[in-house]
Structure formats: structure tokens, C-alpha cells
Design a protein around this ligand. Structure first.
Ligand code: BDR
Ligand code: CA
Length: 317
């Protein structure tokens, strides 16, 4: 039976690829819904991007809009990396889908309550929606199987020296999620930077079918910022959170207690792991630290090829 999931995202180039990777595996992952949250760009833009990606592959999955801003303070966007639209690069046709009326929290609540099986949450964005859900309706924790999230990094950050973007944008929310007691699988920068795609691979994508070409174009834009920052390859951050659900055997990991620093001048938004032999708390997180990059890319290419072949007629027909 396919694992029921909800993807909470801010597309975002790599969010879009994560959604496509999940869509290509309906026998393993059943996407019950997609929720959006202000992050890489403002809420309206990234929601529109999510709908455009779904429309491009004709996947009529309900999308609910969530929080426009973090629990405290103002939204910091990722425009510098993701551009003015939040997903610059390919020119996608307007979406034929619209968001549902409900807000993300009520939408998740309803899906979780109605489900016979426990649901797995896959957040690839700031954790505001998930923290709001767990705070307002703590009883749903029993019906959440696990949270496979992209965020954090034990060794270093990307917005600051210590904080990764998704956690940096809403550290208070991230802390609520990490301390919720729900099992967490953390795809942080330790592993996602190792899941990097290189220029010749992007070129190859652009010689394939329509979905692969679209992803190639996304990556062309996305790699511009990476190169400016000194990276050779483009890290496929968000797809890691989906790939782990599909193929956990590709990853190396450690079970650790992880929480989030919310106060430090240099460390606000840092994910902090207790690596002592006798930690104060039992492990709450499976921290992914390594990945078989070649196998990851082969599986991603195959998934996109599957969508290339199976893509149904698009917009307006
Ligand atoms: C994370 O931040 C966003 O820019 C990406 O979509 C990813 O979720 C990487 O730090
Ligand atoms: Ca993201």
C-alpha cells in the first residue's frame, strides 16, 4: 500500500522537483494534499508555482494556502536564489487548478482526521504551518507517522554560518516541530549538498522529454546562484526528503537528539544535535548524513522519464 503523505512546500525550484519525484511514484507515495507557506517567495507566488507544476503534469492534487509569514517577525524570502517569481527559469503556462478554500492548517487537520492510516508529513519549507497545526491540534500527533523534512544542517548553514534557510526563516516553528515527539527524518545540508546535480547532467535532462526539459530549465536558473556562492553542482535539497521515503537504503544516517536554537546572535536558527555518549534526551531525529549520489541521480532521471512518458494532455485541452 502506498504511504499517504502531505507535502508542505514553498516552490521553489527544488520543491518543484520534490513534488515531481513524489508524483512519479504513485505505487509508493499517495500525495493526499499539498500545502504552501511563505518562504522562497511570498505566499501567493509560491502557491501559484505549486499549481503550475501540478497543472504541467496534469496532477489534480488539492493545494491549500498556509501561513504568509513566520510565527514571529517578518518573512525573509529566498529571492536571491529562486528569483522574482520564486521559481524563475521555465515559462510555465498558467495553472488550470485553483487552491482549495480551506487554509493549510484546517486542510491538514481534516485529511489527518479522515485518514484510516497514519499520515507522513513532508515539509520542504519553513515549518510555520506544521507548528501551527501541532500547537492548535496536538491530538493529531498520534496520527502522524513521521515527518521527513528538508531543513537544518549539523555542520554548517547557508543563510548564516550556522542556520539553513528553512529553519532560519522560522526558528520558533522549527523548535516546536523538533520537540513535538513525532519521529523526524532530517534532510539537512549535511546530506543535501551531497545530492548535487552537475552541469553535464542538467544538459542531459534538457535533451529528454517535456518534464525533464522543464526540470533542466529550472536547474539552469537555480545553478546561477549556487555558482556565485562557489558551488560546482546544484544541491537537490528538497528532493532528499522524498527520496528517503522511496529509497532509505541510499542514505547514511545517525539517530540523534536535535533541537533548534532560537536566541543566539550567531546561532539563531541553528539545528543543534546532542552527540554526547549519554545525551540528556533520547534521539528524536534520524539525521541523514550521506547519500549514494549516482544512484540518487539515476532514480531521479528515471522518475522524470516516467513523467515524460506518462504526462497527460496539458492545460486547456
Ligand atoms: C532550502 O531553502 C530553500 O531555498 C530550498 O527550497 C530548500 O527548501 C535549502 O536551504
Ligand atoms: Ca523549499
Amino acid at each position: 500500500m502506498a504511504t499517504p503523505i502531505i507535502i508542505d512546500c514553498d516552490p521553489g525550484h527544488d520543491d518543484a522537483i520534490a513534488i515531481l519525484l513524489a508524483l512519479a511514484h504513485p505505487e509508493q507515495l499517495e500525495i493526499r494534499g499539498i500545502t504552501t507557506v511563505g518562504g522562497n517567495q511570498i505566499l501567493d507566488k509560491i502557491t501559484d508555482n505549486a499549481l503550475k507544476v501540478l497543472s504541467f503534469v496534469n496532477a489534480d492534487i488539492p493545494v491549500a494556502k498556509g501561513a504568509a509569514a513566520p510565527l514571529l517577525g517578518k518573512l525573509v524570502t529566498g529571492e536571491v536564489a529562486h528569483g522574482e517569481s520564486g521559481m524563475d527559469g521555465p515559462l510555465l503556462p498558467p495553472s488550470k487548478f485553483k487552491p482549495v478554500e480551506q487554509g493549510a492548517v484546517e486542510f491538514m487537520l481534516e485529511l489527518i482526521r479522515a485518514s484510516e492510516e497514519k499520515i507522513t508529513l513532508v515539509p520542504t519549507a519553513p515549518l510555520t504551518n506544521i507548528a501551527l497545526l501541532l500547537t492548535a491540534y496536538p491530538e493529531v500527533k498520534d496520527k502522524i507517522e513521521k515527518i521527513s523534512l528538508m531543513g537544518g544542517g549539523l555542520a554548517y548553514g547557508n543563510v548564516t554560518t550556522t542556520a539553513e534557510f528553512n529553519i532560519y526563516v522560522d526558528p520558533e516553528a522549527a523548535r516546536i516541530v523538533f520537540e513535538s515527539g513525532i519521529p523526524i527524518v532530517m534532510s539537512g545540508l549535511d546530506v543535501t549538498d551531497k545530492a548535487a546535480i552537475f552541469e553535464e547532467e542538467i544538459l542531459e535532462l534538457k535533451q529528454r522529454g517535456p518534464v525533464s526539459v522543464m526540470v533542466g530549465e529550472l536547474l539552469d536558473f537555480y545553478s546561477i546562484y549556487g555558482k556565485k556562492m562557489g558551488y560546482v553542482g546544484s544541491a537537490l535539497h528538497d528532493p532528499c526528503a522524498i527520496m528517503w521515503l522511496l529509497h532509505p537504503e541510499l542514505f547514511e544516517s545517525e539517530q540523534l537528539y536535535v533541537t533548534v536554537e532560537t536566541e543566539g546572535k550567531l546561532t539563531r536558527g541553528m539545528t543543534v544535535a546532542d552527540r554526547r555518549k549519554k545525551p540528556d534526551h533520547p534521539a528524536n531525529t534520524e539525521v541523514l548524513l550521506g547519500v549514494d549520489r549516482e544512484a540518487f541521480m539515476k532514480l531521479l532521471f528515471d522518475a522524470l522519464e516516467r513523467l515524460d512518458r506518462e504526462q497527460l494532455p496539458v492545460q486547456g485541452d
